[in-house]
Design a protein around this ligand. Structure first.
Ligand code: NAD
Ligand code: ZN
Length: 266
């Protein structure tokens, strides 16, 4: 182990052939997207837990769509931060890294597209996709939502049913394929890096526990306290956009990969 937490984290990640990264809302906080539990998480005095539920949508789809319309506009004005970019660059050099995100904002995807690295596994869907409440058809949906009345809300092209955001709400199941891929990566991981997530939202939070149970050292990046602090091998107390580049920028292809035919590309 080195002399500073940053060095320790760097050493753990250098040794690891397979790494599971789990990100939450704090990853995008430096991009200007509020976390649900942070001071800016409220919208018109509604708590996210009151709006991000199937019951809220059934009761008042207009209200819920207005909130999503506001969040979509906010997110569309934000850019991936130095942390998103550093992770995408690292993934482009090291194919043993699996990125799993709870975020619905698409910022990892935008960084990945820029760098040419793999997309994250999305546990909670995307705010820029919609799903039909009647026939279940899902599609991309970037356009502005007209939430002036219930009659102007977006409708399904196939059956005319009301469309909803294709995100996972509180109390809903996670997409099976995404969760099982993430779970496999957690069990195979030699190290686990958790960034900007309180560890309070299950089953996503359980992935870090799976990795640790399988023997992976745990590194936590967060400026505040999280449910993982007690089990963390290294805690890096700081903002994702500053801490993440510090620990991953110097990581190249792992030594065993360097021996293979393809040279590490930086
Ligand atoms: P959370 O709100 O429970 O926790 C956010 C964590 O981020 C906290 O531990 C906080 O201390 C930390 N944080 C705050 N600023 C940070 C920074 N600059 N750098 C690093 N960490 C920082 O979020 P959650 O656990 O992800 O759960 C809420 C759920 O709501 C998510 O699973 C997600 O689906 C959804 N959500 C998504 C977004 C998004 O897509 N950007 C935003 C809010 C909520
Ligand atoms: Zn439909």
């Amino acid at each position: 182990m080195g002399h500073s937490p940053t060095q320790d984290a760097h050493d753990i990640l250098t040794e690891a052939a397979r790494v599971l990264i789990l990100t939450g809302a704090g990853m995008s906080a430096p991009s200007g997207i509020p976390t649900f539990r942070g001071p800016d998480g409220m919208w018109h005095n509604f708590r996210p837990e009151e709006l991000a539920t199937p019951e809220a949508f059934a009761r008042d789809p207009l209200l819920v769509w207005r909130w999503y319309g506001w969040r979509r506009e906010l997110i569309a004005q934000c850019q991936p931060n130095a942390g998103h970019v550093a992770l995408a660059r690292w993934m482009s050099r090291h194919d043993g890294v699996t990125l799993v995100t709870q975020n619905v904002d698409g910022l990892h995807e935008r960084a990945a597209k820029e760098i040419g690295s793999a997309d994250p596994i999305r546990l909670h869907g995307s705010i820029f996709r919609v799903r039909c409440t009647e026939c279940g058809t899902e599609s991309g949906h970037q356009e502005a939502v007209d939430a002036s009345t219930e009659d102007t809300l977006p409708r399904c092209e196939a059956c005319g049913g009301l469309l909803r955001p294709a995100v996972v709400w509180f109390g809903e199941q996670l997409p099976f394929d995404a969760l099982s891929q993430a779970s496999d990566a957690a069990r195979e991981a030699d190290a686990c890096l958790v960034i900007g997530t309180s560890g309070a939202v299950y089953p996503a939070a359980g992935l870090a526990h799976e990795a640790v149970s399988s023997g992976a050292p745990l590194i936590v990046v967060d400026p505040g306290e999280t449910a993982y602090d007690g089990m963390a091998d290294v805690r890096l107390v700081g903002s994702a956009d500053e801490v993440v580049p510090e620990i991953v920028d110097e990581l190249g292809a792992r030594p065993s990969a360097a021996k293979a035919a393809t040279p590490p590309c930086r």
